[in-house]
Ligand binder design. Structure first.
Ligand code: SF4
Length: 460
């Protein structure tokens, strides 16, 4: 018999977990450092920086630190490129004991010059890791010297792993992007209203499995050019030109809202939060952009409505067989950003499924209030969870499926539970209208797999 898992939390975790009840949402403690001893599912600051910058495919990404930090490679987090693939290399200065004692700056400079000479990148990012923060290498000075000699931007990323949460890593990455944006020499776009559409930037879309291509194609069908995707399938030159777009749309709000706010202030580019997951949110993302451009192109809202209507008519019948089998199944969701969790709850409803647990690594107060409004009473909502909590709540709420990422997969499989990767390792795009069909197929395939009848959980 399970104990009531919510009564058995670590004391320091109690404000970050709740069970929804009828009535007004209550405040969940969030955006704090992980509780000591909790073994958080969150990654470190360096990891947060790298996931944001890594998809820039023609840049050099050099991890200044021990080789172990650089183990987080392209092969763990896919980031597809339609051209160059320099980002797939995992370069590191491989700091050793003697470097810790005598300093690693000389090694960094040597590595940077050698790598730039051999790979001819358009820019270089240098990621500081924990040990660099401790020994105090002057990374900025090295980057300045190498940039002046080699004639490309060499940008330090202040991502020492210990200095905050993964969200601080996102901020360090956005600061680095901010140094590139606006350096192409192109004039910015005059503020709306104006006659030309001028295009958008998509912020927080990392093209893990080709989503950026799907989304760009859909916007192109509406008549909206995409100037830059930050950072899925990005190039240094498109990032430098990002200040020429009229608007920003922000998909992964946890990582990129800060950059969107900076670009609004510096370049006069208003932004909207959007999600491309699930049918309603994908449709809304198209309507929102059409509204933004309605002044410059009055026919765009009608084109967006026609496109959404055609896609809904195509996709809804494809979902029906999956829905028949999945009706009444229960899902648990644990993802990086809470905005994605909102979309997943709605997408699961299209498949006849309820959500019994939902949590995120980086949600904010408004995200969690919205989650409470979206979820049925009795749903567990949790911020910055650990494996023990996820395991116990998943069992207590009798979930049939866990949706998560690379760190949640083993939890599901150890419990004998269906799993859908909605993060780093997936190879199939789950965004857009076609992505919803892929999502339904994945969920159906895992939940209805005969393998689960051999699960120890089922026989417990
Ligand atoms: S926590 Fe520090 S040592 Fe560990 S991977 Fe992150 S930067 Fe490297």
């Amino acid at each position: 018999m399970l104990d009531n898992a919510i009564d058995n939390l670590l004391d320091d975790r109690k404000g970050q977990v709740l069970e929804t009840a009828p009535g007004a949402p209550v405040a969940l403690r969030c955006e704090t450092r992980s509780a000591a001893g909790s073994v958080s599912q969150r990654a470190c600051v360096f990891c947060g920086s790298r996931v944001v910058l890594y998809p820039i495919a023609d840049a050099l990404h050099l991890v200044h630190g021990p080789a172990g930090c650089a183990a987080y490679t392209w092969d763990i987090r896919g980031a597809l490129s339609s051209g160059p693939a320099l980002h797939r290399h995992s370069f590191t200065t491989d700091l050793r004991e003697t470097d810790v004692i005598y300093g690693g700056a000389a090694k960094l400079e040597q590595a940077l010059r050698a790598l730039i000479a051999s790979h001819d990148p358009k820019a270089a990012f240098v990621y500081s890791t924990c040990i660099v923060g401790l020994i105090g290498d002057d990374v900025d000075a090295v980057c300045r010297r190498v940039a002046a000699d080699c004639g490309i931007p060499v940008i330090p990323v202040d991502s020492e792993g210990f200095k905050g949460t993964k969200k601080d890593g996102y901020k360090a990455a956005c600061d680095a992007l901010g140094k590139l944006i606006g350096t192409s020499g192109d004039p910015g776009v005059p503020p709306a209203p104006a006659r030309s559409v001028a295009g958008i930037n998509i912020l927080g879309e990392f093209n893990l499995a080709g989503e950026a291509w799907l989304i760009r194609d859909t916007y192109a069908r509406m008549g909206v050019p995409v100037v830059a995707t930050l950072t899925g399938d990005a190039r240094v030159d498109t990032v430098r030109r990002a200040h020429t777009a009229r608007f920003n749309v922000v998909q992964c709000s946890g990582s990129m809202l800060g950059l969107a706010a900076m670009m609004e202030e510096k370049y006069g580019q208003p932004y909207r939060r959007v999600s491309y997951f699930g049918l309603e949110d994908m449709a809304q993302a198209l309507y929102d952009v059409a509204d933004l451009f309605a002044g410059a192109d009055p026919g765009m809202p009608a084109r967006a409505a026609a496109l959404v209507g055609a896609e809904m008519a195509r996709v809804l019948p494809l979902l029906e067989p999956f829905r028949r089998d999945l009706q009444g199944a229960r899902a648990a969701i644990y993802v990086g950003g809470a905005f994605k969790a909102h979309s997943l709850i709605k997408a699961l409803r299209h498949l006849g499924m309820g959500t019994v647990l939902v949590g995120s690594q980086t949600g904010n107060k408004e995200d969690y209030q919205r989650l409470q409004q979206l979820c049925d009473p009795g749903t567990i909502i949790l911020d910055d969870a650990n494996p023990a909590e996820l395991s116990r709540f998943v069992l207590e709420k009798r979930a049939d499926l866990l949706i998560g990422g690379v760190k949640e997969r083993p939890i599901a499989y150890k419990l004998g539970l269906a799993f859908c990767d909605h993060n780093h390792e997936r190879k199939i795009p789950l965004a857009g209208f076609e992505g919803m069909v892929n999502f339904a197929r994945e969920v159906h395939g895992s939940v209805t797999s005969p393998v689960w009848k051999f699960s120890a959980r089922r026989h417990a």
